[in-house]
Design a binder for this molecule. Structure first.
Ligand code: SAM
Length: 238
């Protein structure tokens, strides 16, 4: 398997901090109706564990399953689980959403920044499988990244943060269209205004917005409520 996040993993947490200061409280609030008494919270595409950590803090004692296919991202995820003392309740599954078999019952789910990576048939299957296992009132919280970090045609700087004597920048740009869209992240390390290192990370990313999510949720008998520009909560209709 090719690890499409191999080139990004080193930079991911260093630049994610300011973004998660905004995203964390939104996710924590959306999880209030989770039914941790009925099953674990499944974090699909858990990455380095930024989302996993918010779930753990928002729902003390909850069992969490962090599903993450990238070996490089999983190194950071495992380190976070160890350093935060979460190994007693976080299970790490080395799998894609398509490969992973969901538990029979879940207390809720978090699907952050990943639906665009998943092939359409698997995406539809994932939402249907989550709906089937979700108790009434419990949330599937979805972040689409279609507005805050879109694969725009022109390069867009999406993060800039000091790291010691250096500045780390992340630039985002898109190419292609529909299911053939590529999203390229460029990580730049600057010293004294000079680029001393650059890493290009191209990834397949389907254009998939809120109206697509709403339609797909509808087909799985879930309602879709937007709670932030690129974030929505899915719950059962009945
Ligand atoms: C943009 S990152 C989001 C990470 C984390 N959820 C967050 O919000 O910080 C997307 C993650 O999805 C993972 N991913 C890519 N394809 C996937 C798939 N088919 N199933 C599950 N996860 C996938 C990537 O390896 C990456 O870690």
């Amino acid at each position: 398997m090719t690890d499409i996040y191999a080139g990004a993993a080193e930079f991911y947490d260093l630049v994610a901090g300011p973004l998660w200061a905004r995203k964390g409280p939104v996710l924590a609030a959306a999880l209030r109706t989770a039914r941790t008494d009925l099953g674990p919270i499944v974090d699909i595409g858990a990455g380095t564990g930024c989302s996993t950590e918010v779930i753990a803090d928002a729902l003390p004692g909850a069992a969490i399953v962090a599903v993450e296919p990238s070996p490089c991202m999983r190194i950071a995820l495992s380190a976070r689980v160890a350093l935060r003392g979460l190994a007693d309740r976080v299970t790490i599954a080395a799998a894609t959403a398509g490969e992973f078999t969901l538990p029979q019952r879940i207390g809720g789910a978090v699907v952050y920044g990943v639906l665009g990576h998943i092939e359409p048939p698997q995406r539809t299957r994932l939402l249907a499988d989550l709906a089937e296992r979700l108790p009434p009132g419990a949330p599937v919280v979805v972040e689409l990244m279609d507005e805050t970090a879109p694969p725009s045609r022109a390069p867009l700087r999406i993060a800039r943060t000091p790291v010691g004597d250096h500045i780390y920048e992340v630039w985002s740009r898109g190419s292609g269209s529909g299911s053939a869209t590529m999203w390229t992240l460029t990580y730049r390390v600057l010293h004294d205004h000079r680029v001393i290192r650059e890493a290009e990370v191209p990834m397949p990313w389907a254009e998939y917005g809120l109206s697509d999510l709403r339609d797909e949720a509808e087909r799985s008998n879930m309602r879709c409520l937007r709670i932030a520009p690129d974030t929505a909560v899915l719950t059962h209709r009945n």
